[in-house]
Design a protein around this ligand. Structure first.
Ligand code: FAD
Ligand code: NAP
Ligand code: SF4
Length: 680
């Protein structure tokens, strides 16, 4: 029994095979699945995670046939050549002592293809194509294709398959009246709607025999109108068990649901109550998922008997060695996923290869490597924000002698400010991780120390990395020096009092965050915050209502807020692809007034004078908060150059905001810092 995480790290005997622990690495589409020439990169990606000790990995989704593809010419598993190619993945994983299942995913009406199909012709609100309705014969042949895909996965030496039946994909479409209004044996009664799901499991089991893992990913809360009732879910779960599944993995919410299920603001383990209820009705292992990102949270779920296993997906992008570190009691060394979606899901939706904001090596294992240096140097890193933390720790890991300076009294830079935003407290985990790495690799840290050109030249560093970040922009608006005007640092860092009526100038990421901070009614405890979150989004924690939906009860906003921008485009348009809608919805719920196309005329005792569409208005507000972007803080680099540092042999590099402030985010800062450090 593992002394640190006894439940999480206990083996699981499935009868014909044993998983070494209770941790599943959940399916993620990384973009490496779609092209055969990426197969070795995919193998390296999974091999690294197998080495990291996870009990069972699930690949991204592979369609059982052409019409089930997510994208034209997307990943499919339907022939022997592809199956044999995949042996490179399975061999790499098995050599590292891991186990891996292939996920079979038929996209149904979520296919981004003109040839998508579904139970009916109802178009999804998130894809442009209307699907064709599957005929009875096509349904029978789709079932055969699932069975064939499972056989191909077996030929590829996978340890099993996962049948993707949640998140609103084809099987889920058959299960719900929202899409399935058929009148034949595949629709109508709940028994008929279930038939396709149950037949898929039965026929794949028959095709692969008894000694092959079948995981069934089941939607426990559809979170859309016309979703399943809990009663239907229980009946389905028993039928899936009888049909031959070995594990029930769980999914929450369709992709088109308007309740967030995985972004940072979703409380940790928010949906494990549903798994706990399902666990009571089946005897095969049930796996909890969604917003579980530390071994401590996972252990708690298992020790409370809320699940038999825990699935984490993005946490394995953030840290492939999650399990290995937990095993030896070093969970503080885990690089924690902060659920930002910025480098993983956002990339997937932009057709770019996935990676991770906190770990740019994810999905780039063969290209970005932190190899020991053969040429040890003395390197100063100035600024301990994301760019500085990443570069100093990678440099030190590689064997350089690194000194990290920060003028502040703690490391983290702007992450100390970002973590003040409701729902962003996980940003503290990144600072904890880098803090532990700084200690582990022996970075010399000098806090409360403003580095100057003279001091750096005096100390004779070989190279200097300027990671001094940004300074907030103060736009030249008439009356900007008025006492009503504040910067976002005054509010978030210095906690200066803010009045009840507020205008925010600038509606970028920070403007939205400040808006959320100002309207949010802070609850007394973490537990109370969680309950408030369920209420405000209308999540039925009693599972009494169809699809897990109840009417939302939104608490009144703490303040009246205007969120303003000069651009004519809709406010919040440039926020993250998969998280922006949550920020927009949150502020709308709280009646924040968003105004595009503003001209800022004057600030005086009356408030903020603006012109919109040629009409003048006065916003009678107590405070005007500037969130108008940022400018690079590169004074130190200029000073060093002016002082002739380069002529004396010192190399100067700029990373993060110090290099380029426009559209800067932590993804770029960490990526740039890490890549530079890997190259020196
Ligand atoms: P910074 O984080 O600005 O760090 C610079 C550091 O340099 C500071 O610690 C400063 O004290 C130090 N310094 C400066 N000059 C000197 C000197 N001469 N000597 C010593 N030290 C010096 N990004 C995202 O990707 N996702 C988000 O969700 C997100 N949310 C945010 C929310 C808020 C409220 C804020 C304010 C920012 C958010 N960001 C987010 C932006 C992100 O934090 C920044 O992009 C990132 O911190 C930039 O990193 P950096 O290392 O370049 O600089
Ligand atoms: P930003 O996203 O560039 O937004 C700046 C805002 O200020 C814009 O709305 C801009 O809109 C306005 N602005 C710019 N110049 C102005 C001027 N001279 N006068 C008045 N308004 C002006 O920058 P940010 O909000 O400061 O965020 C900084 C970075 O942090 C961003 O790149 C963002 O990616 C990152 N971040 C990300 C998140 C996230 O959730 N992913 C959250 C917070 C921050 P107009 O020009 O139309 O007025
Ligand atoms: Fe997690 Fe963000 Fe990394 Fe995605 S990019 S794995 S959400 S930390």
């Amino acid at each position: 029994m593992n002394p640190h995480f006894p439940h999480l790290l206990a083996p699981l005997d499935l009868g014909f095979t044993t998983l070494k622990n209770r941790v599943i690495m959940g399916s993620m589409h990384t973009g490496l699945e779609d092209r055969f020439y990426h197969i070795d990169k995919l193998a390296a990606y999974f091999a690294e995670r197998a080495r990291g000790g996870v009990g069972l990995m699930i690949t991204g989704g592979y369609a059982p046939n052409r019409r089930g593809e997510l994208l034209p010419l997307g990943s499919r598993m339907d022939n022997k050549i592809t199956a044999l190619l995949h042996r490179r993945v399975t061999t790499a994983v098995h050599q590292e002592g891991g186990k891996i299942c292939m996920q079979l995913l038929h996209a149904g009406r979520y296919g981004y293809t003109p040839y998508s199909v579904s139970a009916t012709t109802k178009k999804s609100p998130i894809t442009p194509f209307k699907p064709s309705k599957l005929s009875n014969r096509q349904i029978e042949s789709t079932l055969k294709d699932y069975a064939n895909a499972a056989k191909m996965a077996q030929l590829a030496n996978y340890d099993g398959i996962e049948i993707m039946a949640s998140e609103g994909y084809l099987i889920n479409q058959f299960l719900c009246e929202r899409v399935n209004t058929r009148k034949d044996k595949w629709g109508g009664s709940s028994e008929n709607r279930m038939r396709f799901a149950v037949e898929t499991v039965k026929q794949t089991r028959k095709a692969v025999g008894d000694k092959f893992i079948i995981v069934y990913r089941m939607s426990l809360m559809d979170l859309v109108d016309g979703g399943q009732s809990w009663e239907e879910i229980e009946i389905l779960a028993k039928a899936i068990e009888d049909a031959g599944a070995n594990i029930i993995n769980t999914g929450i919410g369709w992709h088109e649901a308007r309740i967030p299920t995985i972004v940072t603001s979703v409380p940790r383990a928010a949906f494990s109550f549903a798994t706990a209820k399902l666990k009571k009705v089946v005897s095969i292992p049930v796996c909890a998922s969604n917003r579980i990102n530390t071994p401590e949270v996972a252990e708690e779920i298992l020790s409370n008997n809320e699940a038999d296993m825990v699935s984490m997906a993005r946490p394995f992008l953030a840290d492939p060695f999650f399990v290995a570190k937990a095993e030896v009691g070093k969970s503080k060394e885990i690089n924690t996923c902060i659920a930002c979606n910025q480098a993983c899901l956002d990339h997937t939706f932009q057709m770019k290869r996935a990676s991770c904001l906190v770990n740019p090596r994810a999905c780039h294992e063969t290209e970005l490597r932190y190899l020991p240096t053969m040429d040890k140097k003395r390197i100063a890193v100035i600024g301990s924000g994301p760019a500085g933390m990443a570069s100093s720790t990678v440099l030190a890991e590689r064997g350089h002698d690194v000194t990290l300076f920060d003028a502040a009294d703690k490391i983290g830079g702007q992450f100390n400010i970002a973590m003040q935003i409701p729902g962003k407290s996980d940003f503290a985990e990144t600072m904890r991780y880098f803090g532990v790495m700084i200690e582990k690799y022996g970075v010399n840290v000098r806090l409360n120390t403003k580095a100057t050109a003279a001091s750096l030249i005096d100390e004779g560093f070989d190279e200097v990395i300027i990671a001094t970040g940004i300074t907030p922009r103060t736009p030249p608006i008439l009356g900007v020096e008025h006492k009503k005007v504040m910067g976002y640092l005054d509010v978030l860092r210095d906690k200066k009092p803010v009045g009840k009526k507020v205008a925010i100038i600038g509606a970028g990421g920070i403007g939205f965050d400040v808006g959320e901070y100002l309207v949010h009614a802070h609850a007394k405890s973490e537990k109370a915050e969680k309950q408030q979150w369920y209420k405000e989004w209308g999540v039925d924690t009693n599972l009494e209502h169809r699809a897990g939906l109840v009417d939302a009860e939104v608490l009144p906003a703490e303040r009246d807020v205007y969120l303003l921008q000069r651009k004519e485009s809709s406010v919040g348009k440039n926020l993250g692809k998969t998280s922006g809608w949550v920020h927009r919805a949150t502020l709308k719920q709280k009646n924040v007034t968003m105004i595009a196309g503003c001209q800022y005329d004057l600030i005086d005792d009356q408030g903020l004078h603006i012109t919109v569409n040629g009409k003048k208005r006065i916003l009678d507000v107590d405070n005007i908060i500037m969130c108008a972007g940022q400018e690079s803080n590169r004074a130190l680099a200029d000073e060093l150059i002016a002082a002739g540092a380069e002529k004396q042999g010192m190399k100067i590099h700029l990373v993060g905001g110090a290099d380029f402030a426009s559209e800067l985010d932590a993804k770029r800062a960490i990526n740039q810092g890490s890549r530079l450090a890997a190259s020196l």
